[in-house]
Design a protein around this ligand. Structure first.
Ligand code: FES
Length: 80
């Protein structure tokens, strides 16, 4: 496993459809053993949510994607 995708499951991001982002990501990573997906708690970035954090587990580089809409999830995953 090389990447960990953490999608905010906090209340504000949920209001802004982070559950849909999670389901979309779940579908898109099917068959990819290099990506693990999980929900995380509020990142204190509610004002720019919904937020997705992508951690490269080899380098520990972390990138946070803000105001993510469902159509952007594919691009995020394809870039890994
Ligand atoms: S609820 Fe997602 S950053 Fe606060």
């Amino acid at each position: 496993m090389k990447y960990l995708i953490r999608i905010c499951g906090g209340p504000r991001c949920k209001e802004n459809f982070s559950e849909d982002l999670f389901k979309e990501a779940q579908k898109l990573i099917a068959g990819r053993e290099d990506i693990e997906l999980e929900k995380r708690g509020c990142m204190a970035l509610c004002h720019v949510g919904p937020n997705i954090e992508v951690i490269n587990l080899e380098t520990n580089d972390t990138k946070v994607h803000n105001k993510v809409v469902q159509s952007e999830v594919k691009g995020i995953i394809d870039s890994l």
